[in-house]
Design a protein. Structure first.
Length: 157
């Protein structure tokens, strides 16, 4: 009896067919997986920013960074936190189900409340209330009026 040193044509064809079936089943789910990964990254970045703000609050004995409302406050906000508390302000990676420009920016709010008016809609960034007299002083949200894959508005996180 002769020993075989390779695969037969039939064995190779079976493997190719199985790989083709797996590709057909998995390929349609890849965009959804990417969207969920971006959501997870954004939620993680939001948590990091909140932790950073709490550390800043502790270090300066009860004050958050002060900003004006209704404008891009990246410079003010960044100057207070970078590089001592955080290496850089992370990018908000809101899913691309709608046309947007991804921006690592922070928009100032006078009050965030439960349903804020989104500043510069269409630009994914952070919303921050740096007005010392506001009830939401020191709060940071995702500056997007769209919903995540579960249907929850982004600004509610």
């Amino acid at each position: 009896m002769k020993k075989s040193k390779g695969f037969t044509l039939i064995e190779l064809m079976v493997v190719v067919v199985i790989l083709g079936i797996l590709a057909v089943v998995v390929a349609p789910r890849i965009p959804d997986m990417v969207r969920k990964a971006n959501e997870g990254a954004t939620k993680g970045s939001l948590s990091t920013l909140r932790s950073t703000l709490n550390i800043y609050y502790s270090d300066v004995e009860g004050y958050y960074p002060i900003t004006a409302s209704g404008e891009v406050v990246t410079g003010t906000f960044t100057g207070a936190l970078v590089p001592k508390y955080i290496k850089k302000i992370p990018t908000a990676k809101v899913p691309t189900a709608h046309p947007t420009v991804t921006l690592s920016g922070v928009y100032g709010y006078a009050s965030i409340g439960s349903a804020p008016t989104i500043q510069n809609e269409g630009i994914n960034a952070w919303g921050y209330c740096g007005v010392a007299t506001a009830n939401d002083y020191g709060s940071i949200i995702v500056n997007s009026g769209y919903n995540d894959t579960a249907g929850t508005p982004w600004y509610s996180y």
